[in-house]
Design a protein around this ligand. Structure first.
Ligand SMILES: NC(=O)c1ccc[n+]([C@@H]2O[C@H](COP(=O)([O-])OP(=O)(O)OC[C@H]3O[C@@H](n4cnc5c(N)ncnc54)[C@H](O)[C@@H]3O)[C@@H](O)[C@H]2O)c1
Length: 273
């Protein structure tokens, strides 16, 4: 480890179990010397294994539904009390679609569920950033990261209304990135991660085939949750101070591929059959 986050304080939203992207980020942040609080919904805390992570990282858990401004305010205020001042980084690792869960297809979407998807998976990012901004809760050169997926920009069948939520998430990083950068020198970015087998990832129908496809198409292969965590640490560190308002692909090169040799080989075999 490199002590990249020595003396830094943060808030990590969205660790559910040891498969979660946020869980890996917390482990790496702890190893790099950061102190932080953890947050998730009451239900997730009850059914997940967040206590184990909290103990391991010596972190306190502050429950919150990320769609509730009051809950977010409470997380940010309590985190500043516990950590002894303003924070340097925030991870937003939150996503959920009831349409996906209930297998409502995109051409037969339930609009009530869609509003929930947008609120939980995208608007909550705005709510977290806005609350931190209004409470002046971040140190200069602080860093806020949200997690996105390439379906925000290209159609990947079955990602459903989460694609719309991710498009909004990436847009919020740009829109608020300008304001927070201008006023407080805080950077805001999203990382667009390879498909990964987490609880949220498994909810996407056909994730197994998708993982195989992206693995074959990416020159470096799929990025794992551990590798995502390492990338996040660089964005929380002082080594990336001028990176803001970006959607950063962390996908082994997948986003810039059209056709790979291996995929072409598979395709030709299919045609011959
Ligand atoms: N797994 C993938 O393939 C993949 C790929 C790219 C991006 N992402 C994104 O990464 C992020 C983390 O997902 P993950 O894959 O680690 O899965 P995960 O299921 O471990 O994490 C999702 C988290 O969102 C939390 N959450 C849901 N509703 C909430 C609410 N109302 N308030 C607060 N928290 C709430 C859940 O409790 C859970 O901890 C999500 O934004 C997801 O869309 C995932």
């Amino acid at each position: 480890m490199y002590n990249l986050l020595k003396g830094k304080k943060g808030i990590i939203f969205g660790a559910l179990d040891d498969k979660s992207m946020a869980w890996k980020v917390a482990e790496h942040a702890h190893a790099e010397g950061a102190k932080f609080t953890l947050s998730n919904t009451q239900v997730a805390i009850r059914y997940g294994t967040l206590d184990e992570l909290a103990e391991k990282c010596n972190a306190e858990i502050i429950p919150a539904d990320a769609t509730s401004i009051e809950d977010i305010e409470n997380v940010i205020k309590k985190s500043m009390e516990i950590l002894g001042g303003k924070v340097d980084f925030i991870l937003h690792s939150i996503g959920m679609s009831i349409n996906v869960r209930k297998k409502r297809t995109y051409d037969d979407i339930d609009y009530g569920f869609m509003m929930k998807t947008l609120d939980i998976s995208a608007i909550s990012f705005h709510k977290v950033i806005k609350t931190a901004y209004q409470l002046d809760a971040m140190n200069e050169w602080g860093s806020i990261v949200g997690l996105s997926y390439i379906a925000a920009q290209r159609t990947l069948f079955r990602y459903n209304d989460m694609a719309d939520a991710k498009a909004m998430l990436e847009s919020i990083a740009r829109s608020f990135g300008y304001i927070y950068g201008r006023d407080k020198k805080v950077r805001i970015n999203t990382i667009s991660q390879s498909p990964t087998l987490t609880t949220a990832g498994k909810g996407v129908k056909g994730i197994g085939d998708l993982l195989d496809f992206t693995e074959r198409m990416s020159p470096l292969g799929n990025a794992t949750a551990d590798e995502l965590a390492q990338y996040c640490i660089t964005l929380f560190s002082d080594l990336t101070r001028k990176v803001t308002m970006q959607n950063l692909f962390h996908d082994g090169g997948f986003s810039n591929m059209g056709m790979s040799e291996r995929a072409m080989h598979q395709y030709s075999k299919g045609i011959d059959d």
